[in-house]
Design a protein around this ligand. Structure first.
Ligand code: SF4
Length: 191
């Protein structure tokens, strides 16, 4: 039985207090490999994402997860969930995206701060360190020590990780529909 630790953290956005539900679990690296399907999930990136082949952290430039994680034995997964009701002071059309970006940025900062010296963060999204990734100019990554890959780019089925391990369902925004909550997930590889 996998133990999911849950607590609530309070952050600020435009002078408002925003509560984020933080869920954390740790499994062996071999257990996360069941959720890896690089061929299927990288093809989704290829067919639908404007970042495909436009960032060093995105397919087809992302390394194989098995190679990248070779020296690590455990993975700690972090899920941040934020109720969108807390953003109802914003215009309705901005609510979902602002809530999602806020949650993703908070998780990203949290992972960076908590990355151990002998561990490796797996980011909540594709690299956003530079306004335009150096790959566009055919150059090597400007910040190779700081850049981090993400679960989607490695080819993980993130939706299934959330339902099977966290018992958490993703909710999607749609035209005129604000989801009840937004979710962001990242990880830290550990020795
Ligand atoms: S650090 Fe800059 S150059 Fe490197 S992957 Fe990220 S955006 Fe691209």
């Amino acid at each position: 039985m996998i133990e999911v630790k849950t607590d609530t953290i309070v952050k600020h956005y435009k002078n408002q207090k925003i509560k984020i539900e933080r869920k954390v679990l740790e499994i062996s690296k071999s257990e996360i490999l069941h959720f890896l399907n690089k061929e299927e999930f990288n093809s989704n990136c290829r067919n639908a994402c404007p970042n495909h082949n436009r960032k060093w952290t995105c397919p087809p430039n992302c390394p194989n997860f098995e190679d990248y994680s070779e020296s690590y034995s455990k993975i700690q997964l972090f899920l941040f969930v934020t109720s969108t009701k807390q953003f109802d002071f914003l215009p309705e059309e901005e609510c979902s995206l602002e809530a999602y970006n806020f949650t993703k940025e908070e998780l990203q900062s949290y992972l960076r701060i908590n990355e151990p010296v002998d561990g490796k963060m797996i980011a909540a999204n594709s690299c956003e360190i530079c306004t335009t990734c150096s790959i566009i100019k055919g150059k090597s990554c400007y910040f190779p020590v700081k850049m981090r890959y993400n679960l989607v780019a490695f080819g993980f089925n993130v939706g299934k990780i959330l339902t099977d391990l966290f018992k958490h369902e993703l909710k999607w925004a749609a035209k005129n529909i604000i989801p009840e909550y937004v979710s962001s997930v990242g990880a830290i590889l550990k020795k």
